[in-house]
Ligand binder design. Structure first.
Ligand code: PGA
Length: 249
């Protein structure tokens, strides 16, 4: 497989600066001989602290969200420009917690994708169906819509700076993981959708991460699948003891 594995930790709303620094130091030491692409996404408040620690290492710095506007009267928001200023390289957009808890729709996510790419940030675009959508046989349709709408207007050149994370919402933080076969089937489907939009070669190069209760025990079986090119890890990314074995699966 020509694609490089990309393992990312989404720390969500966890960790003080001191706690984030302690984990970042452990990861820098433990992953320096790791063979894959790595990223950690701390809270905004810990970005500057972690940026100083991962600079010059093989761990990229990610943010978990960004504002849809460049600047202005947007109380509580953080812009792509401000993230760039902190040496952030990548931003996670459309995470299911943003979509479902904070009501971000496809159009808003798409606008954020554009603003991030415009300012030189790479993007991890999250897609994934709810349990009721899966049970109603709509998993593929939901992933198609979120992929097509999320990428609307993104050029073929910019697509090379986009990773897609397939995160079935029913598997996030629940301990339930999609089976490697079920996840791979959806990944293949998403790759096909991207192929329709951008052609076969672009689809082949697209990195598609799986997210949803990835653990040291299931990482290798997921990564062994043809269309699974990495992981977006939540809970298990909060400790080196669980993230490192995933990162070095
Ligand atoms: P989880 O979260 O690994 O805790 O299920 C994954 C995610 O939300 O990115």
């Amino acid at each position: 497989m020509a694609r490089n594995y990309f393992i990312a930790g989404n720390w969500k709303m966890h960790k003080t600066r001191a706690e984030a620094a302690a984990l970042a130091k452990e990861l820098v030491a433990a992953l320096k001989d790791g063979g894959h692409k790595y990223l950690v996404a701390p809270s905004f408040t810990a970005l500057e602290t972690v940026a100083a620690l991962v600079k010059g290492t093989n761990i990229l710095l990610g943010a978990q969200n960004c504002a849809v506007e460049e600047e202005g009267a947007h109380t509580g928001e953080v812009s792509a420009l401000q993230l760039k200023d902190l040496d952030v390289q990548t931003v996670i957009l459309g995470h299911s917690e943003r979509r479902h808890l904070y009501k971000e729709d496809d159009e808003l996510v798409n606008r954020k994708v554009h603003i991030a790419l415009k300012h030189g940030l790479d993007v991890i675009l999250c897609v994934g169906e709810l349990l009721e959508e899966r049970e109603a046989g709509k998993a593929e349709a939901v992933c198609r819509r979120q992929t097509v709408e999320g990428l609307k207007g993104v050029s073929a050149a910019d697509l090379s700076r986009v990773t897609i994370a397939y995160e079935p919402v029913w598997a996030i933080g629940t301990g339930k993981t999609a089976t490697p076969e079920d996840a791979d089937a959806v990944h293949a489907y998403i790759r096909g959708v991207v192929g329709e939009l951008y052609g076969q070669a672009a689809a082949e190069n697209l990195v598609i991460q799986y997210g949803g209760s990835v653990k040291p025990e299931n990482a290798a079986a997921l990564m062994a699948k043809e269309n699974i090119d990495g992981a977006l890890v939540g809970g298990a990314s909060l400790k080196a003891a669980t993230f490192v074995p995933i990162a070095k699966f």
